[in-house]
Design a binder for this molecule. Structure first.
Ligand SMILES: *Cc1c(COP(=O)(O)O)cnc(C)c1O
Length: 376
């Protein structure tokens, strides 16, 4: 029996931490932007968009108010028509299918595969003559099997619109998430890897015509001359948030490598515990480059483990409250998706962010081992 560990305090996510880490620099940025009165669609936004597009190797990036809007705008710019079916994984945030509904489409949930991401075989099985779009969701910072999804999309003449909210910098076979489809959305929600101090998001595309529509849709349908060409939204990324994001984005490679080293540490400390199954580590195969937006494990006696960790001061969460999209009764889905449902009985997210130290990871791992009676 391991000796009992002392009470600790490791919140799942410390919302004050990101600001505290670079407070003076952020205050300088805020003062500079606000003094200039540069609030809406100013140069800080344009500079950030340019840096984002260059990083992803795409032709266009647009800041938007949040990724949910970004998905609506992506679908609309891609030319979705009322009643078009959009296939998405039920293992996602409700934002993904909500965007489909708001864009006039019909969200069709499918199961995930053993990698917990959209199952290409399930996608193919769900295709009807009304299917128009596949929406892969690159969860937890891991890009979906885009080779198979691209093959299916080409075979049935479907568009791919990516929910890349959790995947900035993640790659499949060297190609960044967000650069595969006709358009993709990223989120800068505070707890996302690149987070701002409020809501924020971006839409990217390689298609010039789609880019033009995105620019119109996010700003009331207005073109550069102020002429209104279509009904648009007010969904702009605040210039102030863009300036704050850009400052953090300059260190993005450091942020990603720190997250990957936290994942490596969890793996080295937990991989021999039979009651938990870990996400693939940073070095598992040559196809994926994961950025670890989250570190989500599967655990037996999950709820008991969670209470045990909580009593010790270790914060964990069940992604989206522990309910897959198709299980919200009022949304009216009638499908049964066994892999996703089983996953949601066992999944648990451990602390994974820039405020987590190696010592924290060691304490979390030791507590998990103690819970299962695994030797230290
Ligand atoms: C966070 C998230 C969204 C929504 O992002 P917002 O910027 O909060 O609108 C959509 N999809 C997934 C998978 C997410 O994790």
């Amino acid at each position: 029996m391991a000796t009992t560990l002392a009470q600790v305090s490791i919140p799942f996510f410390n919302y004050r931490g990101a600001f505290a880490a670079r407070e003076d620099e952020f205050i300088d940025i805020i003062r500079d932007v606000v003094r200039r009165g540069a609030f809406i669609q100013q140069r800080d936004l344009a500079d950030f968009e340019e840096a984002l597009a260059a990083y992803l190797g795409v032709s266009h990036a647009f800041g938007v108010a949040n990724a949910t809007d970004g998905l609506v705008i992506s679908l609309r710019a891609a030319g979705i028509r009322p009643g078009d079916e959009v296939i998405f994984p039920s293992h996602t945030m409700v934002a993904s299918p909500a965007a489909v509904a708001h864009a006039g489409g019909i969200p069709v949930p499918v199961d995930c595969g053993p990698d917990h991401l959209i199952d290409p075989a399930a996608v193919e099985a769900a295709i009807t003559e009304r299917t128009r779009v596949v929406m892969p969701v690159h969860l937890n910072g891991r890009t979906c099997r885009m080779d198979e999804l691209e093959r299916i999309a080409a075979k049935y003449d479907l568009m791919i619109v990516e929910d890349a909210a959790q995947a900035l910098g993640s790659k499949f076979r060297g190609k960044p998430a967000g650069s595969f489809g006709i358009a993709a959305a990223f989120s800068f929600y505070p707890a996302k890897i690149l987070g701002c101090f409020g809501d924020g998001g971006a839409v990217v595309t390689n298609d010039d015509e789609v880019a033009r529509k995105i620019a119109l849709l996010r700003d009331h349908g207005r073109n550069e001359d102020g002429e209104v060409e279509m009904w648009g939204f007010n969904s702009r990324l605040d210039n102030l948030q863009a300036a704050i994001l850009h400052a953090q984005f300059r260190d993005y490679d450091t942020i990603v490598s720190r997250r990957r080293s936290i994942a490596r540490l969890y793996e080295s400390l937990l991989s021999d515990v039979p009651d938990v199954s870990l996400p693939p580590g940073p070095a598992t195969d040559g196809d994926h480059f994961d950025v670890f937006q989250n570190y989500e494990i599967e655990a037996s006696r999950r709820d008991e483990l969670r209470s045990f960790l909580s009593a010790r001061g270790i914060g964990t969460i069940l992604q989206w409250g522990g309910t897959p999209v198709h299980k919200f009764p009022k949304l009216g889905f009638k499908v049964s998706l066994p892999v996703t449902e089983r996953f949601f009985e066992r999944c648990l997210m451990l602390p994974m962010n820039m405020m987590v130290s190696d010592e924290d990871v060691a304490l979390i791992a030791a507590s998990i081992r103690e819970f299962y009676g695994a030797s230290a």
